[in-house]
Design a protein around this ligand. Structure first.
Ligand code: FEO
Length: 395
């Protein structure tokens, strides 16, 4: 059922309390999520986005009950990814002639996924607008690479609502819909997790886009995202957070990532954490065994960190797979301005520390010369060198 969010605008999305994974198995969801679609009922009736394919029938049925499909004057597709466009083909079976406003790239993604259907796809670009009656209009703002080439936001004048699509969202099911009805700690964490795991690679573009949005000088009373809470209480807070997160964000945090075969590398990891607590008592220290920990959570913690220490023993002249895939993911997220150090045990050939240093440098980290490379198991000298490593990272 639709729920009014402001004036003649309603939420008509899907609240997914059971969703556990997103982007295949890549993104872990612990608090549910939502696919937020919106219905504007001014002189024109407008649908903004749809929901993911598994929920298409319920979505279309809801629209029929709430507004009548034939009464929809046009659709805005802010983004073609399946979680927002998945119900579009089912909807268009009923109203095939209804115009769809989207970016040029969204035409490619929609036709690429659903074929050429002779839908009335109307290409818009930043600054284009369409009247919806009652003195109000929708203004389109391309959000290229935030986070797909086809992404767009739509601004509604009068009610001053920014339909931001993925930007400013969270994978967090908020039953009350609005940010002020959510658990504030979870909300901020989920918003950051979403940024770290999905938007971080595009931080340079985020900074530019926020500058551009601010320069438009449009009042923003509400940010209606496509996932999670709608920002109605102090909506500029999340825009300011994005501006902060986009600028090589870091907190006073050290994150230790490791895997271990026979506890030697784990012992070094534990010593690094103990030493960090002693020599830098204000620093938050987090530690994760890469093979036993949630990848999305680890990425969030690395995003917050000013330094990381990464450890693996040598196995088959290489590093352990859990550590390798963790570094690979960090590389794709293009974190900036973070120090890193390597450590690990070995019994015979002992390549792991050099491999770690090379891969961390390749992933964009500032790798310290200080490392801990321990034969068989860490001895007192190895453990004492943890202080030098910690000072190199946090000094
Ligand atoms: Fe929520 Fe890029 O899809």
């Amino acid at each position: 059922m639709k729920q009014t969010i402001k004036g003649n605008v309603s939420w008509i999305g899907y609240m997914d309390w059971e969703l556990k994974k997103f982007h295949g198995e890549e993104y872990t969801i612990t608090e549910g999520s939502s696919q937020n679609a919106y219905l504007i009922e001014e002189e024109k009736t407008v649908l903004i986005d749809t929901v993911w394919t598994p929920h298409k029938n319920e979505f279309v049925d809801n629209l029929e009950k709430e507004v009548g499909l034939k009464n929809i004057d046009f659709i805005v597709m802010n983004h073609g990814e399946a979680d927002h466009s998945g119900a579009l083909p089912e909807l268009m079976k009923h109203i095939p002639d209804t115009p769809i406003y989207c970016t040029a790239n969204a035409v490619k993604s929609i036709e690429g996924q659903y074929g050429k259907n002779n839908w009335d796809l109307r290409v818009v670009k930043t600054g284009d607008s369409v009247d919806i009656g009652n003195g109000k209009k929708l203004i389109f703002v391309e959000m290229t690479m935030l986070h797909w080439p086809d992404s767009m936001a739509t601004y509604m004048t009068g009610d001053a609502i920014l339909f931001s699509n993925d930007a400013f969202g969270q994978h967090y099911a908020v039953g009350g819909l609005f940010n002020d009805t959510a658990d504030q700690c979870k909300l901020e964490y989920e918003a950051m997790k979403y940024y770290a795991n999905i938007l971080a690679p595009f931080s340079t573009l985020v900074s530019k886009k926020i500058t551009e949005i601010k320069a438009l000088n449009l009042p923003i009373d509400m940010i209606a995202t496509s996932h999670g809470a709608i920002w109605r209480d102090k909506p500029m807070w999340i825009i300011e957070k994005y501006a902060e997160w986009a600028e090589e964000y870091q907190e006073d945090q050290l994150t230790i990532l490791y895997d271990s075969m026979w506890e030697g590398t784990a012992a070094i990891a534990r010593e690094i954490s103990r030493v960090a607590a002693r020599v830098s008592p204000n620093t938050m220290v987090r530690m994760f065994n890469c093979s036993k920990s949630d990848l999305s959570e680890m990425m969030t913690e690395v995003f917050k960190s000013k330094a990381i220490a990464v450890g693996s023993p040598t196995i088959s002249r290489d590093i352990m797979m859990g550590v390798s895939s963790t570094i690979r993911f960090m590389k794709s997220l293009k974190f900036k301005n973070k120090r890193a150090a390597a450590f690990g045990c070995y019994g015979w050939s002992g390549e792991s520390v050099d491999i770690l240093k090379r891969e961390l440098a390749d992933a964009g980290f500032q790798v310290t010369d200080t490392n801990i490379r321990s034969m068989w198991k860490p001895n007192d000298e190895d453990l004492e060198s943890a202080e030098e490593l910690v000072r190199a990272l946090l000094g």
